[in-house]
Design a protein around this ligand. Structure first.
Ligand code: ADP
Ligand code: MG
Length: 248
């Protein structure tokens, strides 16, 4: 008998409420290692809440969020630290620190979680900046950069630790269509190069679908559709179809 491959991340019947507001009502979702999953859904449908479960920023009321078969809540503090070290979270609003320069923002995860020397850190940060074509902005503060540049800084910061997993919360909000494409292209290139697992939450569809092995639609607290780009575009699922039509 062949052993079943274990998903990298698995939501098993996950419920989450805030007071009377039921946000997740039985979410089931499996994410395989090295793949790209895009989660779409209306604003307020719980996409960010779903992502936050993976990092432990939000804890499920019922059900399980499993990381390589283990509940995040049941990891030892050492295992939890290890897992967090291997992942990056690109927040919805970039979450750059205004009082830190571009260089310092990108270097931050390295100074926090590794014992690299100043010189090693400098090299790593400059390598990521070069790959993202943002050389020469070391001393600039976020307020001095354009929206597109700030996204690149946030992306460089997400990539600087060579994570196994990157969570992208609306990575293209606030950008014009050309810059959106740009960010999608960068994510795709880096995912191919580095092979990390990506979970991307977005309402920018359908251009981002090209990136994904799996597209999941969150609606009324549940994943109501899971499939490939071709499957969702075939428009055979009523809710998924209506969602996409509404966005075109
Ligand atoms: P989305 O990312 O899909 O736009 P969110 O996941 O941010 O939606 O939020 C889903 C719902 O949960 C919203 O109604 C939001 O107000 C609510 N919510 C999210 N986080 C909290 C929180 N910490 N406390 C109370 N309500 C919250
Ligand atoms: Mg959100």
């Amino acid at each position: 008998m062949r052993a079943m491959t274990q998903p990298f991340i698995e939501f098993k019947n996950v419920y989450k409420r805030f007071g009377n507001l039921e946000v997740l009502k039985g979410v089931n979702l499996s994410i395989d290692k090295g793949t790209v999953t895009v989660v779409i859904g209306k604003s307020g449908s719980g996409k960010s809440v779903l992502l936050k479960h993976i990092v432990g920023l939000v804890k499920e009321d019922e059900g399980d969020v499993l990381i390589q078969g283990k509940s995040l809540n049941r990891l030892s503090s050492k295992q939890a630290r290890q897992f967090k070290k291997n992942m990056s979270y690109m927040f919805q609003d970039n979450a750059l620190f205004d009082f830190l320069t571009a260089f310092e923002n990108i270097a931050l995860p390295l100074t926090e979680t590794t014992r690299m020397t100043v010189e090693q850190i400098r090299k790593k940060v400059h390598d990521r900046m070069a790959r993202l074509s943002i050389e020469g902005i070391d001393h600039k503060y976020p307020s001095e950069l354009s929206g597109g540049m700030r996204k690149r800084v946030a992306l460089a910061r997400a990539l600087v630790t060579d994570p196994e997993l990157i969570l992208f919360d609306e990575p293209t909000t606030g950008l014009d269509p050309i810059r959106k494409n740009d960010v999608h292209h960068l994510i795709r290139e880096f995912q191919k190069q580095f092979g990390f697992t990506a979970v991307i939450v977005s309402h920018d569809i359908p251009d981002i679908f090209d990136l994904a092995q799996q597209i999941a639609l969150l609606d009324e607290g549940k994943i109501v559709f899971k499939g490939t780009r071709q499957e969702i575009m075939a428009c055979e699922h009523e809710t998924a179809c209506a969602f996409i039509r509404g966005r075109e």
